[in-house]
Design a protein around this ligand. Structure first.
Ligand code: ASP
Length: 329
């Protein structure tokens, strides 16, 4: 039994400073991170460290994440019980979801990070890493897809949101709540989810060149910014008001765009679903669907963008996108 630990950087590893500029930077290796965890030895599971990147998570790319999933996959095929990935929290809801869409194993792939860097009092990195390692080793965490262990909670990557810029309880799953908790060191899974079939393998070169825009709707929005978007992008996710509404002036602009590229309707609200058949005004969800927009359901705008990008990179068209949204949204 062993656990692979893949480190990518982020605040959890930002224990150093550069002489020529203020602020912490990534310095800590996986060995440093594990050395800082009290009680790790009692876990009784060897940790096989793979320092892979040392960057703020804003620098991570889809291509790099696909490579991380491949590396994690190889570790499991070579006998690892589970895999932990440490990274910055800023993009964790996107990276973990991307991994979840393609992770084919029953073994847990568990992401974690920290909100307080190791130079601060009450740094949360060691506790989060220990929780993630416990989850990765737990038989009860098998077959749940990609998980996120933070603040002694276990979340499904599929529903996770970063909800606060500084709080250590920033991660939440507003639509479902956490799947489980780590209580006195024991992983308790309280709710199990039904997994989706993983997407077919994605060609990283195609992912690199697949551009999906995210457009956040605001009051008085006339959509000028969307002019010629189909010349530069392959699809767009629209983060509309509430249950999926936009100003009346924007509705025809989005309808025109939907004739040329997939346009997916989501909510900018932070939780809940866009609706399908409740409102009838121009710019409402029924009007936008009639104009060709695809309904993103419960997917938040960021996750809808990740899914759309993977589908298009795999050669999917409008029908494949609609079918995947029906499953995932
Ligand atoms: N900016 C940092 C990052 O995402 C924040 C963090 O790790 O919490 O790398």
């Amino acid at each position: 039994m062993s656990i692979a630990l893949i480190t990518l950087g982020g605040t959890i590893a930002m224990g150093g400073v550069d002489a020529d500029r203020p602020g912490v930077v990534t310095r800590l290796t996986g060995a440093d991170l594990t050395a800082a965890v009290p009680g790790l030895a009692q876990l009784g599971v060897p940790v096989d460290v793979r320092d892979t990147h040392a960057v703020p998570s804003a620098h991570l790319t889809g291509r790099q994440l696909l490579a991380v999933v491949d590396e994690a996959s190889r570790a499991v095929s070579d006998g690892a019980t589970g895999v932990v990935v440490t990274q910055g929290t800023d993009t964790l809801e996107e990276t973990a979801f991307l991994a979840d869409l393609v992770w084919p194993h029953a073994a847990p792939l568990v992401f974690t990070g920290a909100m307080r860097n190791p130079t601060l009092a009450g740094a949360d990195g060691p506790a989060n890493l220990l929780a993630a390692l416990r989850v990765a080793a737990a038989p009860t965490a098998r077959d749940l897809g990609v998980l996120v262990a933070v603040n002694d909670e276990v979340h499904a990557a599929r529903w996770l949101r970063k909800t606060h810029s500084t709080s250590i309880s920033t991660f939440a799953s507003p639509n479902t709540g956490p799947l489980g908790q780590v209580i006195e060191g024991e992983v308790r899974v309280l709710t199990r989810l039904v997994r989706h079939e993983p997407l077919s393998p994605i060609d990283p070169d195609r992912l690199d060149t697949t551009r999906v825009a995210l457009y956040v709707v605001t009051m008085d929005d006339d959509g000028l910014l969307l002019n010629d978007l189909d010349h530069t992008h392959h699809a767009v996710v629209v983060a509309g008001f509430g249950v999926g509404h936009v100003p009346a002036t924007l509705a025809p602009v989005l309808g025109d765009l939907a004739e040329r590229m997939p346009v997916v309707l989501t909510s900018r609200s932070g939780a809940g679903s866009v609706l399908r058949h409740t409102y009838g005004a121009v710019g409402s969800e029924t009007d936008l669907q009639r104009r060709g927009l695809l309904n993103g359901g419960l997917l938040d705008p960021y996750k809808a963008r990740v899914l759309l990008r993977l589908l298009l990179a795999a050669g999917g068209g409008r029908d494949e996108v609609a079918a995947a949204l029906a499953r995932h949204g």
